[in-house]
Design a protein around this ligand. Structure first.
Ligand code: MD3
Ligand code: FE
Length: 217
């Protein structure tokens, strides 16, 4: 019987799992495309290198960031914003590679959000010890659109809370190739990433890369 397939094989990672209303995990969704994805990322990062942003509170983030697309997310002591210009280069952010745009739209479609057309792709780089504290993503104007995230490289523990900062987060392990789509009621849930464990990934080495695709306006 089809419903028994995972138990029979003993696979604890079903390919599609709804973890909250509007939040869907698509495990391994981009694995078949890693050979196109990683070179496309290298092109972006060469043009707009990773940097450690400063929060409005004056703290240097342990996660290093860059962007591609027509706008990019930036933080500095004056606040958070989406900016069409990379403040480090004074130039527009690199274009969003077609393979990324397509995979994000396909993943959104698979999760029930058709026609997803993101303007921004925020690229986060974690080395062992780096973490992302619990936060909400609310710098976008359209909460009706989902956020699509792609995880590459070392695995991480993703913390998924609720609408209130105090809601105890659930923990999910995100591995290389996993995609998550966060829309509907879960769009404004608090979330974060636990400090990255030490490790070495066969393609990406001692790091985890996370891409988040956002419809900003
Ligand atoms: C749940 N990034 O860049 S991606 C971020 O792994 C961010 O680097 C994390 O949170 C990372 O803002 C998590 C998964 C994610 C992204 C957006 C969400 C989960 C979300 C928005 C609402 C709820
Ligand atoms: Fe976030």
């Amino acid at each position: 019987m089809a419903a028994d397939l995972f138990e029979t094989i003993g696979d604890a990672r079903p390919p599609r799992e709804t973890i909250a209303d509007g939040a869907v995990l698509l495990r391994g969704f981009v694995r078949p495309f890693e050979a196109e994805l990683i070179p496309a990322l290298r092109v972006v990062v060469k043009q707009a290198p990773f940097r450690h942003l400063i929060t409005p509170g004056g703290h240097r983030m342990s996660v290093a960031m860059t962007n591609c697309g027509s706008v990019g997310w930036v933080s500095d002591p004056s606040g958070y914003r989406y900016d069409p210009i990379d403040p480090d280069s004074g130039q527009p952010w690199p274009e969003m590679p077609e393979v990324l745009r397509r995979l994000a739209a396909d993943a959104a479609d698979e999760a029930g959000f058709s026609g997803f057309a993101p303007q921004a792709c925020l690229i986060n780089r974690y080395i062992p010890g780096a973490k992302l504290s619990l936060h909400q993503d609310k710098d976008e104007l359209d909460y009706g659109a989902p956020i699509v995230s792609i995880s590459l490289g070392l695995p991480a523990v993703f913390l998924f809370g609720g609408l209130k900062r105090g809601d105890t987060p659930r923990r999910y392990r995100l591995e290389h190739g996993d995609v998550a789509v966060w829309g509907g009621p879960s769009r404004l849930f608090y979330h974060g990433v636990a400090p990255l464990a030490e490790g070495e990934h066969s393609l990406l080495g001692r790091q985890r890369i996370n891409l988040t695709f956002r419809k900003v306006r």
